[in-house]
Design a protein around this ligand. Structure first.
Ligand code: S3P
Length: 167
């Protein structure tokens, strides 16, 4: 079973992914952590030393490596399904789940964790709200191609497993 979690920054992909993998008794991968370990650089330093394009290329390479593993839950970065046809690659290999959250909830969550995220580092509250709105508009069409969509404000492990089993 290959399960890939998608969603905007701050939607809770990693926390939920760990719980889901534990319950299903399969491996858990976090794509950003995997990149940081393999390249021995943090995500912010990849963005600042190189640029976003370099990060997206690395992200594609590491995504495909993980997708070739046997059985896992993978938590992607917020932008992963939105670049380099990754959404098609993800959907070809496994079952994708979009953790959906409204703009207001995302802004509230992200206002507490800006520093690890280069796309929103240093933004004031109003700028953060504008950025989330702008990115969500662009990215939603990719997220919505996931096989399953769940509400990130009301996520229930048992319900998600039930939905996985009916696919
Ligand atoms: C990004 C989200 C981040 C990370 C990078 C870019 C994005 O992951 O991959 O900073 O483009 O939305 P999280 O969703 O885990 O914050």
């Amino acid at each position: 079973m290959k399960i890939i979690l998608l969603g905007f920054m701050g939607s809770g992909k990693s926390v939920f992914g760990k719980r889901l993998a534990k319950r299903l008794n399969i491996k858990f991968f976090d794509l950003d952590k995997h990149i940081e370990q393999n390249y021995r650089m943090t995500i912010p330093s990849i963005f600042s030393t190189f640029d976003e394009t370099v990060f997206r290329n690395i992200e594609k390479i590491e995504l495909v490596k993980i997708l070739k593993e046997d059985s896992f839950v993978l938590s992607c970065g917020g932008g992963t399904p939105c670049f380099n046809n990754n959404i098609d690659t993800i959907n070809d290999y496994g079952l994708s789940i979009y953790i959906e959250l409204d703009q207001e909830s995302l802004v509230e969550r992200l206002s507490k964790s800006r520093t690890k995220r280069p796309l929103i580092t240093g933004l004031k509250q109003e700028e953060l709200a504008n950025k989330v709105s702008e990115l969500l508009k662009i990215r939603e069409k990719n997220y919505k191609q996931a096989h399953i969509t769940v509400n990130g404000n009301d996520i229930n492990l048992k319900d998600v497993i039930q939905q996985i089993n009916t696919k």
